[in-house]
Design a protein around this ligand. Structure first.
Ligand code: ATP
Ligand code: MG
Length: 246
């Protein structure tokens, strides 16, 4: 096991009026428990607003839960190093003023590995299928697919065990989506990574996941092997999601 989520809750206050008093709560995560095994890909699906990104942020400790906890196994010693993140919009997650070279160097400098940086950057680029000719470019000078490859390279720089991917394909056109999906599948096998793959695109989740968790309004509706949950869904909600994806 790589991590265990126990009874996790996160409620956001709904603020109203000019005095911004809380008039209620959005139960973004409302009692979620699950465990994640090493080298598995857990797909998380559910409609917009069901709490997927909030769950990712709680796992990454970018948010504090109101109840429950996320427990990592000994495989994850240092969250910042052992867990990588890839977000939906590479333009928002890359610094527009930085050149690709400096962006990829940063994780090494942060760990005092300045000398190692250049050789490691070369192999990272190779891993994500980018040429070294684009190293001096800024994010705006890259295509969407190249930008997402750059984000993946940066996420891999600390040699993480677990990658949390929150809608990593949603900003891309269909061809780039297919390429990045293949890249991620290949990397997972080669580097023996564990993935949490969040998407509202069921077809994509079906393709990459070993296990799937279906969320609705902050709760888990259904969970199990990808083939079973998406092949023979038990809940009405999953059936509806599958129907809507046709
Ligand atoms: N910082 C915040 N403050 C207040 N409410 C928030 C905050 N972050 C999220 N929410 C609310 O919590 C709920 C879950 O949001 P979340 O971003 O986790 O959904 P999601 O499943 O990732 O949706 P999408 O598929 O559109 O990305 C939504 O109702 C959202 O408006
Ligand atoms: Mg989201």
């Amino acid at each position: 096991m790589i991590l265990e989520v126990k009874g996790l809750k996160k409620y956001f206050p709904i603020e109203q009026g000019i005095f911004r008093h809380a008039s209620g709560f959005v139960k973004a995560i409302d009692g979620i428990s699950f465990s994640l095994n090493e080298k598995e890909t857990l797909g998380i699906v559910g409609e917009s607003g069901c709490g997927k990104s909030t769950l990712a942020k709680l796992i990454l400790r970018l948010l504090n839960p109101d109840a429950g906890e996320v427990v990592f196994s000994g495989l994850i010693r240092e969250l910042r190093k052992d867990v990588g993140i890839v977000f939906q919009d590479p333009l928002l997650s890359l610094d527009p003023r930085m050149r690709l070279k400096d962006m990829l160097r940063e994780p090494f400098l942060a760990r005092g590995l300045k000398r190692k940086a250049d050789s490691e950057i070369g192999s990272l680029l190779g891993e994500v299928g980018l040429g070294s000719d684009i190293l001096s470019r800024h994010p705006a000078q890259l295509s969407g697919g190249q930008r997402q490859r750059a984000c993946i390279a940066r996420a891999l720089a600390s040699r993480p065990k677990l990658l949390v991917l929150d809608e990593p394909l949603s900003s891309l056109d269909l061809i780039a989506q297919k390429q990045i999906l293949e890249l991620l599948s290949g990397l997972r096998k080669r580097l023996e990574l564990t993935y949490i793959f969040i998407s509202h695109n069921i077809a994509v989740v079906k393709q990459i996941s070993t296990r799937v968790m279906v969320m609705q309004s902050g709760k888990v509706v259904e969970e199990g092997m990808a083939r079973e949950v998406l092949g023979e869904p038990k809940s009405e909600y999953t059936k509806k999601l599958l129907e809507a994806a046709k």
